[in-house]
Ligand binder design. Sequence first.
Ligand code: GLV
Ligand code: MN
Ligand code: MN
Length: 405
Amino acid sequence: MSREAALILDRCDELAAISADPEHLVRVHLSPEHAAANALVATWMEEAGLSTWQDAAGNQCGRIEGREPGLPALLLGSHIDTVPDAGRFDGMLGVLLAIAVVSRLPRNELPFAVEVVAFSDEEGTRFGTALLGSRALAGTWDDEWWNLTDAHGITLAEAFVDFGLDPARLPGAFRRPEDLVGYLEAHIEQGPYLEDADRRLAVVTSIAGARRFALTMTGKAGHAGGTPYDRRRDALVGASELVVEIERLSKQQHVIGTVGKLEAFPGGVNVIPGRVEFSLDLRAEFDDDRDECLRLMFEAAHSIAARRGLEFHDHEIYRADAVVCDLDLRAGIEAGIRSTGDELPMAFWSRAGHDGMAVVAVTPIAMLFLRCKGGVSHHPDESVRQDDVAAALDAYEAAVLALAG
Ligand code: GLV
Ligand code: MN
Ligand code: MN
């Protein structure tokens, strides 16, 4: 039914038009664009027959009942926030596939209710820490987050109020484990393994654990001409050495380390950088490997700093441990993939983070991956094939029905 897949892709385009920047897709947590996207997604949910609400954390939700009202719910979801200069499928495609699945499901027959959740903040673009929507749902909120600030100095608590939400009501977003049967998410792979194997769909075995840090290297600013090399304490040269060491150690230890942001201060062409602020994103299949590599990176950071007369400081801004997908839910996804004619579904771990990492605190999780062009993601070139979307929709629906059976 490629008409449904075409509609899903059209809707990805419509959502991509809701951006803070007309040239580059960016839609962050609790922004006016987030509100507009929630409203649009709610209309699509209602068209598909779901009753809708926005929860106390800004997640857009919808529900159909099972064979009797009030049964525990199978959650289907993904996120509708984006990274800066994003592609149009990371997150959004999973939400739209979930709505399309529900539009196909029988009403008042299933042994569970089905809910769709469009999570408000998976990426952490605005406040630095990620999974805020799903952590509210999972009841793992940390009240220290209320004081996180965005680039304009607006606190998370203020952003809630500006969005029309009440921080005091946040606990209302919590979902009790006894009201849930599980969480499924469909997502583009964001890597090349499916395409390289010439396959369309995969079942996810686990999700990589990640830690993120705000790092600072501090030296002393000074005149770019007048300061001899033996008197310089150039923070940018020290940070650069560390960035290269982070890549070397990541490869050596089989973890994935990325410095995605770096800013030198005071930032003059003729001024030696006195301070550098940069980020570290570190992931691995196993948390112990990640943490051991981190120890080596910080050891290297302190020795580079000592050799160059600099000071190194780290501040952890996000941590999510690796999560293993539930075997029963995985079996449902595998059955779904098999129903599309793929007898031996590909299975591998997700290098990317997903809302399931938070949701697992209240209910078991599993994921369906679909191929994306070149494995490209977190980039406007993200691309999927319409026939892959159609296959993912069939597999997703069949997975839900397999779990119902
Ligand atoms: C989310 O996309 C992440 O893995 O950073
Ligand atoms: Mn992402
Ligand atoms: Mn995503």
